[in-house]
Design a binder for this molecule. Structure first.
Ligand code: NAD
Length: 251
C-alpha cells in the first residue's frame, strides 16, 4: 500500500483499542484514513483516534456508537469488524449462556455493526468491510469448540455479506490470522505457571516457528479495504505462517 492510498476515507475499527485492532487502526491511519475506534474499553485506545464506547453484543450500543463515529468522521467508507473474545474447552465446557455471549460478540456483533454502518457504506462510493476470522475457523483446534464455531460462522457470514452487497458497491472480505502476539495471547500465557517456557513452546508449534505479528494482519486488512483490491470480494486472506494453505496442524 502506498502512503496516502486511503486519504479522505473514514474508517471504523471495532475492538480497536488493543492488539490486532490497534495495529489495524494505526496502519489505516498511516495510509491516510480518518480512523474511529469502537471498543468496550475505549480508554485504552490510542489518543490519535476518535474513540467511542461500544459493545457490539448490544444493538443499541453498537448503533449509537456507529452513528457517533459517522458524525465525527462525516461518513463511513470502511468498517473493520475485529472485536472478538475467546473461549476455551470442548463442547461440554461452556454453558448455554457462554455460547450465547461469545456468538453474540464474535458473530452477531459483526452483523450488528455492519447493519448499523450500512447507510453510510451505501453512500460511500469506496466502501469495504473486513472481518477478522481465525485459523480456528478451519483448522480443527483442540479445546476451542465454541471459539472455532464462532469463527467458522465469520467466514460464512463474510461470503453471504459479500454476495448481498456486491451490487451496492460494498466489498466484504476477511483476514484469518494464526496465533498472533497480542495482549490476548499474553493473558493466556500469564495464566500458566511458566509464561516464558509456555511462549517458547507456543512459538515452536507455529508452522513458521513464531507468532504472527499484529502488523502482518493489519497489512492484509489494509490491502483488502484499499483501492488495489477493487475486484476482490468474498475472499479470505490467511496470515498464519502457512497453516491453512499448506494444511499443516498448528498444534
Ligand atoms: P485483544 O483482546 O487484544 O483485543 C480485543 C479488543 O476487542 C479489546 O480492545 C476488547 O476491549 C475489544 N472487545 C471485546 N469485546 C468487545 C465487544 N463486545 N464490543 C466491542 N469491543 C470488544 O484481542 P486480539 O488478539 O487483538 O484479537 C482481535 C481479533 O483477532 C479477535 O476477533 C480475535 O478472535 C482475532 N484473532 C486473534 C488471534 C490471536 O492469536 N491473538 C488469532 C486469530 C484471530
Amino acid at each position: 500500500m502506498t502512503a496516502g492510498e486511503l486519504a479522505g476515507l473514514a474508517v471504523v475499527v471495532t475492538g480497536g483499542a488493543s492488539g490486532i485492532g490497534a495495529a489495524i487502526a494505526d496502519r489505516l491511519d498511516r495510509a491516510g484514513a480518518a480512523v474511529a475506534v469502537l471498543d468496550v474499553s475505549p480508554a485504552y485506545a490510542d489518543p490519535r483516534f476518535a474513540s467511542f464506547a461500544a459493545d457490539v453484543s448490544d444493538r443499541k450500543s453498537a448503533e449509537a456508537a456507529m452513528a457517533a463515529a459517522a458524525d465525527r468522521l462525516a461518513g463511513i467508507d470502511i468498517l473493520v469488524n475485529n472485536a472478538g473474545v475467546g473461549a476455551v474447552g470442548d463442547v461440554a465446557a461452556n454453558d448455554d449462556d457462554e455460547w450465547a455471549r461469545v456468538l453474540s460478540i464474535n458473530v452477531t456483533g459483526i452483523a450488528r455493526a455492519t447493519a448499523a454502518a450500512l447507510p453510510w457504506l451505501r453512500a460511500s462510493g469506496a466502501a469495504a468491510v473486513c472481518n477478522i476470522a481465525s485459523i480456528a475457523a478451519t483448522a480443527g483446534l483442540r479445546e476451542r469448540a465454541l471459539y472455532s464455531a464462532s469463527k467458522g460462522a465469520v467466514l460464512a457470514l463474510t461470503r453471504a455479506m459479500a454476495a448481498d452487497h456486491l451490487r451496492e458497491g460494498i466489498r466484504v472480505n476477511a483476514v484469518s490470522p494464526g496465533t498472533a502476539d497480542t495482549p490476548w495471547v499474553e493473558r493466556l500465557l500469564h495464566s500458566s505457571a511458566d509464561p516464558a517456557t509456555e511462549r517458547a513452546a507456543l512459538e515452536a508449534r507455529q508452522p513458521h516457528g513464531r507468532l504472527v505479528s499484529p502488523e502482518e494482519v493489519a497489512a492484509a486488512v489494509a490491502y483488502l479495504v484499499g483501492p488495489s483490491a477493487g475486484s476482490t470480494t468474498g475472499s479470505i486472506i490467511e496470515v498464519d505462517g502457512g497453516a491453512a494453505g499448506l494444511r499443516l496442524r498448528p498444534h
